[in-house]
Design a protein around this ligand. Structure first.
Ligand code: ATP
Ligand code: MG
Ligand code: MG
Length: 531
């Protein structure tokens, strides 16, 4: 196969598709509208777009909607919206169901040419016969017999419902995908786009090569787990007498501790284990963006995987590290203090009248704008910080200056319940060990809910045969109540900030009223979570 990696450049890669001509390449992204897009689909979509752009060609977004039992319009809409979010724009949007009339005719043509036959072998037996290279008793039926049964299938009669249409390829082939694959099945269920017009639906193996060829696709990218089906794809096209399409493999993306299967994700939704398809613990495009991933980081992550065809298992930390590099230089800084056990620090020479200073929301990035920091005679410290201070110690109050702690008050069990001291603003921040975040003691502070999340499953690499329900993570969400600086009242949903000394957070629900906390979700930053 002609693909070769030439070099890796700044999170992008150089690969050549075989026989690719500038201006003539056409790729396609073919999602089945049976769920929301996940990070694996994002990889496929971004790669297809990458090659279409690289060769100044075209990208088709095609809904592979051949299974009415699993598909619906909600999924079509969400997939289009998510592609838009990813910046993936097809030159056309098409639907395999648009080709149902042609596919039906083509099936009949192949029957007449002796290249397809109707088979009523029960499913399990057929599977076994394909494994063992045993020909079906139906394989030698005449064209007339096949046409009659095909008619029964189209009408989904009792007899028809027992049958399927199979390609007559090669039952002895070493590659088992060539052993007479199924082309059509009865399925008397209404289709989300074409209604109840059809009672038979083509399989992916039959519809995909046809539509690829007819739509002018030059390079059909498929994830490598379908590698064994390449020969079948070429053979089916040949039987159809259609233009050849190059199939080009890329490695399927797997993420640690993660399920990437719409069917399994649907289980979490149906069983109330998550808030919905956009749950921030989900690997869906919506979920990871809600968790605080930037589209830019996702693109860099995917394009940096290069041309490797190995089935790759990627670590989330790698993705979050890329994200942090993008987010850190530009996200505004704010302050939060955990509510539980917080301690007042009285500054004897502190300001009798609260005053406000306007300071940058990010010291090096002007575009982050300004924030108002309020200074009061009494300030809040977090319990852990208060506990770390010794009497007589000079500390630095961030964005203010130094202060000397004179007395530490404790309750009966030794917990620090109050601090007293004086400002020492001329002191050098270089001499202090503790740089403390603090908040003014005044009414404008906002209530925050700091949310931390974990993977939904406890197994790093889930195999196809593993029962995912047996490895569910019992606890995947924690919430801590905190106070935040008043500027956070202006945060909008989706804004990414850094809480000083705590890390990165994304605003999940903004300020509405004083008692309802602003929900902030912790964004992983690529470091191991503390245990
Ligand atoms: P699922 O198992 O989640 O239903 P699927 O492969 O059946 O996935 P499709 O909607 O048919 O889902 O996939 C659309 C495209 O995305 C296909 O080209 C498929 O190869 C690709 N794709 C799906 N999952 C991954 C993945 N984990 N890594 C890379 N590409 C993927
Ligand atoms: Mg599929
Ligand atoms: Mg699948």
């Amino acid at each position: 196969d002609g693909a070769k990696a030439i070099e890796k450049v700044e999170g992008s890669f150089e690969i050549d598709l075989p026989d690719a001509e500038m201006g003539k390449v056409c790729t396609r992204f073919p999602p089945e509208p049976s769920g929301y897009l996940h990070i694996g689909h994002a990889k496929a979509a971004l790669l297809n777009q990458y090659f279409a752009n690289k060769y100044q060609g075209r990208l088709i977004v095609r809904f592979d909607d051949t299974n009415p039992a699993k598909e619906n319009n909600e999924f079509v809409e969400s997939i289009l919206a998510d592609l838009d979010t990813l910046g993936v724009k097809g030159d056309v949007v098409s639907y395999t169901s648009d080709y149902f009339p042609d596919l039906l005719q083509l099936a009949e043509k192949l029957i007449r040419e002796g290249k397809a036959y109707v088979d009523d072998t029960p499913r399990e037996q057929m599977r076994k016969e394909r494994m063992d290279g045993i020909e079906s008793k139906c394989r030698k039926q005449t064209v007339e017999q096949n046409l009659a049964l095909w008619k029964e299938m189209i009408d989904s009669t009792e007899r028809g419902l027992q049958c399927c249409l199979r390609g007559k390829l090669d039952m002895q082939a070493v590659n088992k995908s060539l052993r007479d694959p199924v082309y059509y099945r009865c399925n008397p269920i209404a289709h989300h786009r074409v209604g109840d017009k059809y009672k038979v639906y083509p399989t992916y193996d039959f519809a995909c090569p046809y539509v690829d060829s007819i739509e002018g696709v030059t390079h059909a990218l498929r994830s490598s787990e379908y590698h064994d089906r390449q020969d079948q794809y070429y053979r089916v096209l040949q039987d159809m007498g259609l233009r050849k399409v190059h199939v080009w493999d890329f490695s399927r993306l797997n993420m640690t501790y993660t399920l990437l299967s719409k069917r399994k994700l649907q289980w979490f939704v149906d069983n109330g284990k998550v808030e919905g398809w956009d749950d921030p613990r989900f690997p869906t495009v919506r979920g990871i963006l809600r968790r605080g991933l930037t589209v830019e980081a996702l693109k860099q992550f995917i394009l940096s995987q290069g041309a490797s065809k190995n089935l790759n298992l990627m670590e989330w930390d790698k993705l979050w590290t890329i994200n942090k590099k993008i987010v850190d230089p530009v996200c505004p800084r704010h302050t939060a203090i955990v509510k539980e056990g917080r301690v007042l620090f009285s500054l004897k020479d502190g300001p009798d009248q609260a005053f406000v200073r306007i300071i940058p929301r990010h010291k090096k990035w002007e575009a982050a704008g300004k924030k108002a920091t309020t200074f009061t005679k009494q300030i809040w410290l977090e319990a852990a910080d208060a506990a770390a201070v010794a009497e007589g110690e000079e500390v630095t109050l961030m964005d203010w200056g130094n202060a000397v702690v004179e007395t530490v008050q404790r309750d009966g069990s030794g917990n620090v319940v109050g601090l007293e001291g004086r400002l020492h603003l001329e002191g050098s921040v270089k001499t202090t060990k503790l740089k403390l975040t603090w908040l003014a003691d005044f009414a404008e502070l906002v209530n925050l809910a700091l949310i931390d999340l974990d993977h939904l499953i406890t197994k790093k690499k889930l195999e196809e045969e593993d029962d995912f329900i047996s490895v569910l993570n019992p606890t995947t969400r924690w919430e801590i109540q905190a106070l935040g600086d008043a500027n956070m009242r202006n945060l909008k949903r989706g804004d990414i900030i850094q809480l000083e000394r705590k890390g990165y957070f994304i605003c999940d629900s903004p300020y509405i009223r004083p008692l309802k906390p602003i929900a902030l979700i912790a964004i992983p930053d690529g470091r191991q979570r503390p245990t």
